[in-house]
Design a binder for this molecule. Structure first.
Ligand SMILES: *[C@@H]1O[C@H](CO)[C@@H](O)[C@H](O)[C@H]1NC(C)=O
Ligand SMILES: *[C@@H]1O[C@H](CO)[C@@H](O)[C@H](O)[C@H]1NC(C)=O
Ligand SMILES: *[C@@H]1O[C@H](CO)[C@@H](O)[C@H](O)[C@H]1NC(C)=O
Length: 382
């Protein structure tokens, strides 16, 4: 009995430490909803394929554009996006650098992520299948990234003793300053390493999200969901989640133009040749409302399957395959809070998305609502 009491006390002390430590991190890093508009804005940058800057030519642009086009156009596009969209966070979903052509991986990454750093915007990155092809291994690339300025990227979760890949982590976005949820995550982001290529001789093709990573996701999601149990108003139910990684899941092949928003200019979906079950794991966990990947530069759609939107960003980088005349692009996601009866900010009410094209006007296209609280309540009544 006494031993149990002591153990309980120890757990309480540990929980208090963890709670306040997390809260302190949230404040220091400032991932929180804006108190004026009640918004949190995320810019997704997919497939920069950065190499050696000015010396690196563009691919698949019009012949007339070739001579004046380089990696610097990739940088210029990200700078324009930052000015136009004022993101609170930039997520780089892999193939950040194109290793084969980057003569120095660290220098290439420094240049690739520079727009986020110079704009002083928090950013997070995951790895694609090309990041390790230069002078650094996958572990080396991730180690470099986590040491860069303003990044929230993490090497791997410290609580997962065994996990595949590099750069599996979650980020918590707190409610608006001054609201009841100021110290609480109201939007959860999961970032994962979807690998590069299969290392199993009998399985050809790209990598996949492994059981160890799925177990970490499952535990993290259930820990975050538990933290919402028995909470007073205005928090009802777990916070919505968004997942970001590089290689699309096999389920991205479930759609055609009758049920997706956007375009699919590539015939196939370049997922792994096997299904490792991560989509099922996401559906079972229940909090993730949308998944965002890159990898297929000429696919930029979102389609909903079993309550989860599967989205591509479309390729952003100029030293990456594309289609001449089809603008490079990026995806925005904006989560909005609802107002409580007392007039302060509450929990997330809706999550919207659109894309921006690298044309003269940074044209915004394909705006859509990915999730809203009212429609999920309707689902629950069925
Ligand atoms: C690349 O940038 C240069 C210099 O600003 C510009 O003249 C050129 O039109 C850009 N090319 C493309 C394809 O956007
Ligand atoms: C959030 O944490 C800060 C600092 O610990 C505290 O002053 C504030 O009252 C907390 N807000 C809420 C709503 O819990
Ligand atoms: C999309 O529509 C096609 C038929 O056009 C159908 O085969 C497919 O199952 C649909 N996908 C979803 C997720 O509803």
């Amino acid at each position: 009995m006494r031993r149990e009491t002591m153990a309980t006390a120890a757990v309480i002390v540990l929980m208090a430490f963890l709670c306040c430590n997390v809260a302190a991190q949230g404040r220091r890093r400032g991932l929180r909803f804006d108190g004026k508009k009640g918004e949190f804005r995320i810019l997704q940058v997919a497939d920069m394929h950065y190499a050696d800057g000015k010396k690196t030519p563009c691919e698949d642009v019009l012949p007339s554009q070739m001579s004046s086009c380089s990696d610097l156009n990739t940088t210029a596009f990200i700078r324009r996006l930052i000015i136009a969209e004022k993101p609170d966070l930039i997520v780089f979903t892999g193939d950040n650098i194109f290793g084969f052509d980057a003569s120095d991986a660290a220098a290439s990454m420094n240049a690739a992520f520079a727009p986020a750093i110079s704009a002083n915007i928090p950013w997070a990155a995951v790895l694609g299948n090309h990041d390790q092809e230069s002078t650094l291994s996958r572990g080396g690339v991730m180690k470099h990234i986590v040491g860069m300025k303003n990044t929230l990227s993490k090497f791997n979760p410290s609580e997962a003793h065994v996990i595949d890949g590099y750069g599996n982590y979650n980020l918590e976005v707190h409610g608006a300053e001054g609201s009841k949820l100021a110290n609480k995550s109201v939007l959860n982001l999961y970032l994962l390493d979807s690998g590069d290529y299969s290392t199993v001789p009998s399985i050809p093709g790209y990598g996949w999200i492994k059981p160890s990573q799925q177990l970490w996701f499952q535990r993290t999601s259930s820990r975050l969901q538990r933290s919402y149990k028995n909470k007073p108003e205005p928090q009802k139910g777990p916070a919505p989640g968004l997942a970001y990684f590089h290689i699309p899941l096999p389920e991205y092949a479930s759609f055609d133009s009758s049920n997706f928003t956007g375009e699919k200019l590539e015939q196939g979906i370049s997922s792994a040749s096997v299904n490792s079950g991560f989509f099922t794991t996401l559906v079972a966990a229940g909090d993730v409302k949308a998944v965002f990947t890159g990898h297929d530069h000429l696919n930029d759609f979102c389609g909903e399957l079993t309550g989860i939107n599967l989205c591509y960003a479309g390729g952003l980088g100029y030293h990456a395959y594309g289609k001449a005349g089809w603008s490079r692009r990026a995806r925005m996601v904006v989560a909005s809070l609802e107002k409580t009866e007392k007039g302060s900010w509450g929990t997330v009410k809706s999550i919207k998305t659109w894309k921006r094209l690298d044309d003269q006007h940074l044209t915004a296209i394909d705006g859509q609502v990915l999730w809203s609280k009212s429609s999920s309540r309707k689902h629950m009544l069925h």
